[in-house]
Design a protein around this ligand. Sequence first.
Ligand code: XMP
Length: 544
Amino acid sequence: KILILDFGSQVTQLIARRIREAHVFCEVHPCDVTDDWLRAYARDGNLKGIILSGSHASVYEESTDKAPQVVFELGVPVLGICYGMQTMAHQLGGIVTSGHQREFGHADVRAHGHTALLKGIQDYATSMGHGMLRVWMSHGDKVTELPPGFKLMASTDSCPIAGMADEERRFYAVQFHPEVTHTKLGAAVLERFVLDICGTRADWIMGDYISEAVAQIRAQVGDEEVILGLSGGVDSSVAAALIHRAIGDQLTCVFVDHGLLRLNEGDRVMEMFVGKLHAKVVRVDAAEQFLGHLAGVSDPEAKRKIIGREFVEVFKAQALALTASAAIKNGESGSRCVKGATWLAQGTIYPDVIESGGAKNKKAVVIKSHHNVGGLPEQLGLKLLEPLRELFKDEVRELGVALGLPYHMVYRHPFPGPGLGVRILGEVKKEYADLLRRADAIFIEELNNFVDEATGKNWYQLTSQAFTVFLPVKSVGVMGDGRTYDYVVALRAVQTSDFMTADWAELPYALLKKVSSRIINEVRGINRVTYDVSSKPPATIEWE
Ligand code: XMP
């Protein structure tokens, strides 16, 4: 295995991710582990190499974090990245100087000599015969004098010592960030380190992650009980499946149906988790409560607030019931005391952790707006269990597939917490939600049916998010011999990589035609279908 010591950089988990992509097992631990801890960690002989990450500390706030000195005494290869390089230089007798200017952005690095790390790794060769590497830099301080035993491995115009190596001891360090995609050959550099220099085998797969995570969850939870808010979305579903794999019936999922879900969503979730996985799921039908509170409210933000507030209320009531110790009737032999839940599990994933600035503080609590149960763990005295907090979205999906969740559940489009509440413009009514659900199901079904010949993918896969919006206005139509006066829906489909900006999708006319005719024919009450051709910005993806 490879150990990554985390000095608090925002991109430390990217190092882990690149190593997982190279099919090598790695673990991230905080940089302040003790020498004794590290010696014990290395005792079984499985530790093949150590990577020292960058730090979040800027030029002006000096970091005093150091690597445990034992790092350099275990006889395993060490790679320092950015701050990791500086602390390596400092701890081994080199000199690090505070830079006056922060170097941030692309740089061209000249790889000197033929170190095992960078040999042959180059984007392009120069007439000087040096390989050039296009890299990403983000640092203020820099190494200005090599530690004894080290030779220069790489340099840039503004950073003469951008890489150093002591090949005898197998210590390598680079000032740039090989883990980010801006460093084009960065993955190759990391792969070279873990496979060739550390001599690990590329045999780790996501399936292995499951057994590691299962063992960890069992160790963490022991025989205690866990509750989890299940939405049917990717993250909470994968978290539920993983935790269930680990502790079975010690997990209780709470699925709140606020009446603003997609067609048959509740049944599908129950079928999957109860029917197939045999997990314990409490399904709460709170549609009446939500719709009651939403009656007469048309302001989008007010609607969001009400839905968020009611969600907390409903979830809290369930959580309270599940956390209370209870005496339950145990057959003929009398009562048995069941301990209440002491853990709240969440599908927090790594990007959520970064967003909250919690990358270094492992205790940072992240609550998704989706499951806005902020403050609940404290109020109920619950401990947090977040088994996905080191994974990226695509890794969560891969894990979901490895856990046996169906493809369509793991690769589904995002669905907002307030659900159809923000897709019914203005006041939310049950009648509107019922019409919208049916129209939306037709749209999604046809997106799945239509395959693009050029890519072989269907249009659900080719769009990032697609849904139907209910417009509470009526327009005139004609059906058979009669005049209709019915509602209008808008179809929305966008393509985006980050949901911050988005283009409306150029869906084939044949698809639009089919969807339109099916909705108008099959959903009595809707007689007009429009297609939204607005991009974000200036429009948003949702209509409210
Ligand atoms: P907008 O409409 O802001 O949407 O372009 C960007 C992404 O965020 C989702 N979204 C929400 N998700 N609660 C959520 O959980 C919300 O209140 C909410 N509003 C928007 C939206 O579906 C899209 O993916």
